[in-house]
Design a protein around this ligand. Structure first.
Ligand code: F6R
Length: 608
């Protein structure tokens, strides 16, 4: 996600901020900006694109005089990458500047209120509302204004704030977004991650939720959201910058797997209001939603696998026919579409060539396209008629994990929305589904806690030649993704099969000791999958089962069981995929593969 760096001290601030931001580039960003107090007023510079552009604009920061400032690299969420949407954001008088990492979930009602109070907005961001709120509540005491704002905003944030009439201090505050502050003999620092300031200090404080920090030239003070002063102990950092970028994880892929609970929360929370699903971005009334006769989901790779799950969930909950296509097939197969067809394209990068071509082909035929996209302002996000963002943040590992999970969450929301509009589910059922959706992040956390157990099991398969994944219905969709995760990063040959299809050919490949991963999360299909497990076991397979706690008979027929917490069967993919991601990851680690950058693969496939 975005990066924040702030500095106050005896050095010139802008070069320190630029240097810090450059160490946060790994987090991903599309624009950058800085605000520095020059002794008279706050100077601000922003630029779309690489940090280099901002560096050139400011001569490496030298052109911005002053010893206190805040800087930001932005990964677009609300509003495309543009100068206007880049941070910092200021009040109209340009006396308060703010940088923000996170999402202000209630920014729409807050923005309406501020507009009615006469405030003018110049960006599409949620952050700008903070600059105007600070302006509104500021009566000469920054701490008071900040805490008043904190009491009114919902969501996640890490903030750096400057007030022009308090030239000896800058402020930092956070809730559910990372932020640290550091101190040295020549100043104090704010950063969203340790590597940004390691060059200057190893003495840092981890800011806790809703703590406010006042940083001065010679020290800092901490306050609660009720303005009471609190004391904190510093931590001395003894690890190197490389490790810090991955927040202590061995690989970005593992870090991103661990970000999945947050990713799901960020994708669903802003779209759940009063126990119902609100997806403003759809720009469709309930009448228009119920007039849709057929959905065409089109995507590539893991996004396609999310689409296969989406088919089961949308057909099940909204009783609407869904076709799922690989984009590379869809674009050339002259698909039969008709009145009432709506196309949904899914893409993390928003730049996948085949998916983009499928979008254009659909629009050329006169059909409306909804994008489910992670990268804000990407080609698919811009060209789709409507775009629902998955707020997973930048994904650095080539093999997707958290963006895939966010795609699933977006599809669940769509299924509930369509179901309600079409009357196939009532508000009570929707409320129950929403309850289950909200439990997913904690349940995923629990499954991630089993990583050592899965690692021990995976170590036994480092030398495997073939591994098969089987399942029925949604479990088949999970198998497709589990198999892809394993093979793309570990180079172990693997295939996913609809369990009932095995005996039509593939079963001849099962030999003594072949690992078969059987996914069984759908109570209606337990018995059927058990029969398929018995068939492969009779041919010598070793079976790892991923199933629900209640499905105890599974223990008798399989060799190794991973149990999942209870959820609605429609959402089981979000849980079952966690042990499969961990399994693929640990087989690859055991083989010594370059997990984050598997051979021959690119993060964004922009060619056909
Ligand atoms: C697999 C993976 C790929 C992508 C596919 C589509 O781990 O990441 O299969 O899912 O290349 O990419 P996007 O979602 O960017 O369109």
């Amino acid at each position: 996600m975005c990066g924040i760096v702030g500095y106050i001290g005896s050095r010139q601030a802008a070069p320190v901020i630029l240097d810090g931001l450059s160490r946060l580039e790994y987090r991903g960003y599309d624009s950058a900006g800085m605000a520095v107090f020059d002794g008279q007023r706050i100077q601000m510079r922003k630029a779309v694109g690489r940090l280099k552009v901002l560096e050139n604009l400011t001569h490496g920061g030298e052109a911005m005089k002053g010893n206190m400032g805040i800087g930001h690299t932005r990964w677009a969420t609300h509003g495309a990458p543009s100068d206007a949407n880049s941070h910092p954001h200021m009040n109209a008088a340009e006396t308060i500047a703010v940088v923000h990492n996170g999402i202000i979930e209630n920014y729409i009602p807050l923005k309406k209120k501020m507009v009615s109070r006469g405030y003018t907005f110049v960006s599409e961001t949620d952050t700008e509302v903070l600059a105007h709120l600070l302006d509104y509540y500021y009566k000469g005491n920054p701490l008071e204004a900040i805490t008043k704002v904190l009491h009114r905003v919902e969501g996640s944030y890490a903030l750096g704030i400057l007030f022009a009439d308090h030239p000896d201090e800058i402020y930092a505050v956070r809730k559910d977004s990372p932020l640290i502050v550091g101190t040295s003999s020549d100043g104090c620092f704010i950063a969203s991650d340790v590597p940004a300031i390691l060059k200057y200090t190893r003495t840092v404080y981890y800011v806790e939720n809703q703590e406010v920090v006042r940083l001065g030239k010679d020290g800092m003070r901490f306050f609660s959201v009720d303005e009471e002063e609190i004391s904190k102990e510093p931590v001395t950092i003894d690890w190197d910058a490389n490790a810090a970028e991955k927040a202590g994880y061995e690989h970005f892929m593992l870090k991103e797997m661990y970000e999945q609970p947050k990713t799901i929360t960020d994708t669903i929370s802003p779209r759940i209001q009063d126990d119902t699903v609100v997806i403003d971005e759809l720009q469709m009334t309930d009448g228009e939603l119920s007039a849709v006769k057929r959905l065409h989901i089109v995507a590539c790779g893991s996004a396609y696998h999310a689409g296969v799950t989406g088919k089961y969930v949308l057909e099940g909950l909204a009783r609407i026919p869904v076709e799922v296509d690989l984009a590379s097939e869809f674009r050339y197969r002259d698909p039969l579409m008709g009145e009432g067809s709506l196309v949904i394209v899914i893409s993390q990068s928003g730049e996948t060539a085949d998916t983009l071509a499928a979008l254009r082909e659909s629009q050329a035929r006169g059909y409306k396209v909804l994008g489910i996209v992670n990268v804000v302002g990407s080609s698919i996000a811009r060209e789709a008629d409507a775009c629902m963002y998955t707020w997973a943040g930048p994904e650095i590992a080539v093999a997707t994990t958290k963006a895939y999970s966010a795609q699933l969450a977006a599809l669940y929301l769509l299924a509930i929305k369509f179901g309600l509009a079409r009357g196939t589910i009532d508000s009570d059922r929707a409320a129950g589904l929403i309850r289950d959706l909200r439990r997913l992040p904690d349940q995923i956390e629990l499954l991630l806690g089993q990583k050592e157990k899965i690692q021990r099991f995976a170590n036994r398969y480092v030398g495997a030649r073939d591994i098969f994944f089987i399942g029925r219905g949604i479990d088949y969709a999970i198998s497709l993704e589990g198999s892809l995760k394993l093979k793309e990063i570990s180079y172990v040959h693997s295939e996913a099969y609809a369990a009932g299809e095995l005996k039509h050919g593939t079963i001849s490949l099962i030999e003594d000791g072949t690992l078969v991963v059987a996914v069984s999360t759908q109570p209606k299909l337990y018995q059927k999958t058990i029969s398929n497990i018995v068939e492969v076991k009779a041919r010598g397979a070793f079976v790892m089962a991923v199933t629900n706690e209640e499905n105890k008979p599974m223990e008798k027929v399989s060799d190794y069981c991973v149990y999942l917490p209870e959820t609605n069967p429609y959402f089981a993919n979000s849980l079952a995929i966690i042990p499969l991601q961990l399994f693929g990851y640990y087989v690859a680690v055991g083989k010594g593969c370059d997990v984050d950058k598997p051979r021959n693969l690119a993060k964004s496939v922009t060619v056909e």
